[in-house]
Design a protein. Sequence first.
Length: 245
Amino acid sequence: MQTTGNTILITGGSTGIGRAIARAFHAQNNRIIVTSRNQARLAQLQQEFPDWSTYPADLTCTADVIELVAFIEEQHGSLNILVNNAGQQTACNFLHQVPSPAALVGEMRLNFEAALLLASLLLPVLLHSPAALIVNVGSALGAVPRSAYPVYSASKAALSALSVCLRRQLRETNVSVMELVPPLTDTLMNAERSGPKMSPESVAEALLCGIQNNRRTIRPGSSSILHAISRVSPGLASRLVEASP
Ligand SMILES: NC(=O)c1ccc[n+]([C@@H]2O[C@H](COP(=O)([O-])OP(=O)(O)OC[C@H]3O[C@@H](n4cnc5c(N)ncnc54)[C@H](OP(=O)(O)O)[C@@H]3O)[C@@H](O)[C@H]2O)c1
């Protein structure tokens, strides 16, 4: 698929990997729509990139998702790439700290349900264009769960299964489904964590390259190494993940 001349919605596009993806697509002459919660950050982006379209939404809130879809249909009927990137990662230990029900459900809502709803509600728009793409931003923890991040791991496993099923259902259509599985990346999400991190720009570059090459799953850097290890020795992959910083 071409990486130019598209109209692209990037959720969580105001920081980190989403922002880098938005900038990389923008540099290749695509129309960019970015959504996230923080209005000040969106206003700053709008100032920096006046031709971007920004839309404030809390994607854990179904009403916000539905309003975002209406905005896309009304203002950007030609949308042909959806990047489900917004995500959060919260450590939790069910034995030692009881998370609030809202926090537990909110993480699942953002990481999985928002992507599910957007893919489903925007599908009619995507089916309208000659070539369209859904990119779901997953995580290696979706395949090799880490006990410190139970909800996150479960949400990314669900997202990965959704990607496989959607891809199969849409096989005969113009809509492709791709999974991006970044390695540990230098963003706000894991600012506290040590260890080697990939830059968000390199993750975005890998995504665009993968799109050009019609790849189904893109695993930049150490993400592909962990994947290979998990196929040969799932136990070793688990130990590596549990021991990572
Ligand atoms: N960083 C890594 O090492 C890594 C590795 C593997 C996978 N990933 C995945 O990559 C994606 C991007 O992560 P990142 O590292 O770039 O994180 P990040 O810098 O924390 O960015 C997260 C983005 O999601 C938005 N967001 C958070 N909660 C939201 C909500 N309720 N509604 C709408 N938007 C919301 C944030 O903006 P607001 O706060 O303004 O809403 C922000 O734009 C995530 O899906 C993550 O799981 C990251």
